[in-house]
Design a protein around this ligand. Structure first.
Ligand SMILES: Nc1ncnc2c1ncn2[C@@H]1O[C@H](COP(=O)(O)OP(=O)(O)OP(=O)(O)O)[C@@H](O)[C@H]1O
Length: 278
């Protein structure tokens, strides 16, 4: 279990997290949702140890993160985050093979098994055809799939992802999240698309004003009474043909002023009609 308890963090004097707790039980897919600037990335960074919170504890199977060395942590926990998408002077195949590094001893070389695991990971994100390309020359969506393949090659028990569907077309948005579910790995994923969150997450934690404003199943959290206050947009839940929860959005400028940033992420701000996002 990955357990963050009573996390507080501020950048300078601006508090971002004010006592947030989140748990991911074994095999669970937990979605972190919330408006722009609500602290999702900050919280995720505390979960994989890239940021030490000013107050609160994060434990992995009851052991504080600080007790793990970097390689130990990398064997347990794979991370897909936006800042990794920089230029790398490596082929795609070699980029994915980097996922095997935590499993190698100091002077140990990669084996055919590592190469096969990396090739399988690339195949699972539908990117085998990119293997010999330079990572730096890929499109945003291609890069994202390769970074996800690298995380899969890591074969970690925990997967932490910051907006993994960013840059992906609608097919791969579903493909990647479906794959995450199939893996059965304990996952915490930051998502902006509430319909993807509804479909693929077991549980959602909604961040707002530094706190976990709601925490529960998608049906418990994705309620108009909760979301309309947080996102300031009219929301209508409907039942899709397959029986799943789907949200429709309507922007009403006069009643619910929103800033441009938020609009771009939640729905279509300029359409008077209700619109689903996926
Ligand atoms: N390194 C930093 N230095 C100063 N302020 C920061 C830093 N990182 C984040 N912030 C601020 O902290 C707040 C929360 O940022 P964070 O990236 O965690 O939010 P988020 O919910 O992931 O946002 P988004 O949905 O826009 O990606 C924002 O106001 C942001 O400007």
């Amino acid at each position: 279990m990955l357990d963050a308890y009573d996390i507080h963090h501020a950048y300078g004097s601006a508090p971002v997290l004010r006592g947030v707790s989140v748990q991911a039980s074994d095999g669970e897919v937990v979605g972190l949702i919330g408006p722009n600037g609500s602290g999702k990335t900050t919280l995720l960074r505390t979960l994989y140890g890239s940021l030490t919170p000013q107050r609160g504890t994060v434990t992995l199977d009851d052991v504080p993160l600080a007790r793990f060395t970097r390689p130990q942590l990398a064997r347990r926990l794979a991370v897909v985050v936006q800042e990794q998408a920089g230029e790398m002077p490596l082929s795609v195949a070699d980029t994915v093979l980097l996922g095997r590094t935590p499993h190698l001893g100091t002077f140990q070389r990669r084996t055919d098994v590592d190469t096969k695991i990396a090739a399988d990971a690339l195949a699972r994100v539908g990117a085998t055809h990119l293997a010999s390309r330079d990572f730096g020359g890929l499109s945003g969506g291609e890069r994202q799939r390769v970074l996800i393949a690298r995380a899969l090659a890591q074969q970690a028990e925990y997967l932490l992802m910051d907006e993994p569907t960013n840059h992906l077309d609608i097919h791969f948005q579903h493909e990647v999240l479906h794959l995450v579910r199939e893996l059965g790995v304990t996952t915490v994923v930051v998502l902006h698309d509430l319909n993807l969150a509804a479909r693929y997450c077991d549980r959602l934690v909604l961040l707002h004003e530094g706190r976990a404003h709601a925490d529960g199943t998608p049906e418990d959290v994705l309620l108009p009474t909760i979301l309309e206050e947080v996102y300031r947009i009219a929301i209508e839940p409907v039942t899709a043909d397959d029986g799943r929860l789907q949200l429709l959005f309507r922007h009403t400028e006069a009643a619910m002023p929103v800033n441009d940033d938020t609009l771009g992420r939640v729905g279509s701000p300029h359409s008077p009609a209700m619109k689903g996002t996926s």
